[in-house]
Design a protein around this ligand. Structure first.
Ligand code: SAH
Ligand code: SF4
Ligand code: F3S
Length: 433
């Protein structure tokens, strides 16, 4: 009988890809089979996120529950970004944890599994990180890393500490991985990195200078690959070449994530983002001029230390000007080993909550207006998932989530869908061709 693996994945798409790799390694080399109930598992993994404080404190209460209710002989491993930043501290606080494996070390899962109380959190360059397994949780969409780590030093962010220096993966490896995914039936490839449009900054060895625009051109030549997406590009690196490639390459989906963080140039400087409010707005304008149908999503942090009410109003003002199609908004959370951790001009918790609420209600207002314009329009949808009540859902080229009545025959297929009703998170439509 095969051994059972339970894995919980928190955090971003890079963590999801890391989990796919660990599942594949454990299945192929150790005979595990992934299951949904941790109480039945022989190995419990939590792939953690460290970007804000809340999930970190939740981790220990969750570990306690796992320890109490698991099978007596089951092992518990803590992986991912919190593993990287807390390391051995995790075993100190939760002595029943069997091993700790950092975000940059997931390729070592089958080794560490056999070393009790081991901690592997080295963030030095390790080429084994490049060759990820072909296993994917969705057969329709392939997530592929194009770079690992991050060389920026945004003052609020822990990621450079947990994922290490930025290294671009050689384009030939990426192209081969995409070919294999497409041969297996994926029509969409989703490129991942903390700074995807800084691709080519540093390779591990000698390598031809390939930038992200060139990488996208090369990937889009793959026959059978119909959609290319990527996340996250950095506004600082959105040069004209990148925007033009984005706008004119028919395989690149016309939706882009442009993490604003703040609409105030003063706060952006304090965050060390490397761009101003004007630069951000200028890039949006250029993008919209070249590609009027583009949908733009963003991340905004409220109550960064020193954020005045006027600075906050600047963020709202950028929201009104850009009218983002989706916003992920967060209250600033002080993180260890970051520059901003030592900033003393913090914003009151109450003010922070108020700002978040104000921002979110403006967002809802704008979204409702944007969504209303979709009624009666037709979008080309790539179907990926069966959902409840006999619906199938997928995304339009510009990333709108749309459902239609249907069955698994639609999965992995493209159809034109006319929108018949509007919801906040999902639109409903009917197939017209
Ligand atoms: N590389 C991406 C960000 C990855 S982290 C980029 O540069 O955009 C994802 C998001 O988490 C960030 O965009 C930011 O909005 C948020 N975030 C990061 N650190 C944070 C912190 N200390 N407090 C609150 N939100 C944070
Ligand atoms: Fe963090 Fe900034 Fe790097 Fe994004 S670019 S991962 S926010 S340091
Ligand atoms: Fe979280 Fe690490 Fe991703 S901190 S957001 S899982 S890079």
């Amino acid at each position: 009988m095969s051994k059972k693996l339970f894995i919980e994945t928190l955090g971003c798409a890079m963590n999801s890809r890391d989990s796919e790799h660990m599942i594949a390694q454990l299945t192929e080399k150790e005979g595990y089979e992934a299951i949904d109930d941790f109480r039945e598992a022989d190995l419990i993994l939590i792939n953690t996120c460290s970007v804000r404080e809340k999930p970190v404190s939740k981790l220990f209460s969750e570990l306690g529950v796992f320890n109490k209710k698991k099978k007596p002989e089951a092992k518990i491993g803590v992986c991912g970004c919190t593993a990287s930043h807390l390391g051995a501290e995790i075993i100190k606080r939760a002595p029943y944890v069997n091993f700790v494996l950092g975000a940059r070390n997931v390729s070592k899962i089958t080794e560490i599994l056999h070393k009790d109380k081991a901690v592997e959190i080295d963030i030095n360059y390790d080429e084994s990180e490049f060759a990820f397994d072909d296993f994917r949780t969705s057969p329709y969409k392939a997530f592929i890393n194009i770079s690992i780590g991050c060389d920026k030093a945004c003052t609020y962010c822990i990621v450079p500490k947990t994922r290490g220096d930025e290294i671009s993966i050689p384009d030939a490896l990426i192209i081969n991985e995409a070919h294999r995914a497409v041969d297996k039936g994926a029509k969409e490839v989703f490129l991942l990195g903390q700074n995807v449009n800084n691709y080519g900054r540093r390779f591990s060895g000698e390598h031809e200078k390939v930038n992200v625009s060139e990488l996208l051109r090369r990937l889009s030549k793959i026959e059978g690959l119909e959609r290319l997406r990527f996340t996250s590009p950095h506004p600082f690196h959105m040069d004209d070449e990148f925007i033009e490639e984005f706008a004119t390459n028919p395989k690149i989906c016309k939706s882009i994530h442009m993490p604003l963080q703040s609409g105030s140039t003063k706060v952006l400087n304090d965050m060390k983002r490397g761009y101003s409010r004007e630069w951000f707005l200028n890039r949006v304008e250029k993008l919209r001029a070249e590609c009027p149908e583009v949908s733009i999503s963003t991340d905004i942090i409220v109550a960064f230390p020193g954020e005045s009410d006027e600075d906050f109003q600047d963020s709202l003002d950028v929201m009104r000007k850009v009218r983002f199609n989706q916003i992920f908004s967060f209250k600033y959370s002080a993180r260890p080993e970051t520059e901003a951790e030592h900033f003393t001009n913090t914003v009151d918790e109450e003010v922070a909550s108020e700002r978040l609420t104000t921002l979110q209600s403006l967002n809802t207002e704008i979204l409702d207006e944007i969504n209303a314009t979709s009624l009666g329009k037709t979008y080309r949808v790539y179907f990926e998932e069966l959902i409840k009540d006999y619906y199938v859902s997928g995304r339009s080229d510009n990333n709108i989530v749309i459902k239609v009545k249907g069955s698994d025959e639609l999965l992995g297929e493209f159809r034109n869908v006319k929108i018949t009703s509007i919801g906040r998170t999902i639109l409903t439509g009917e197939v017209v061709a």
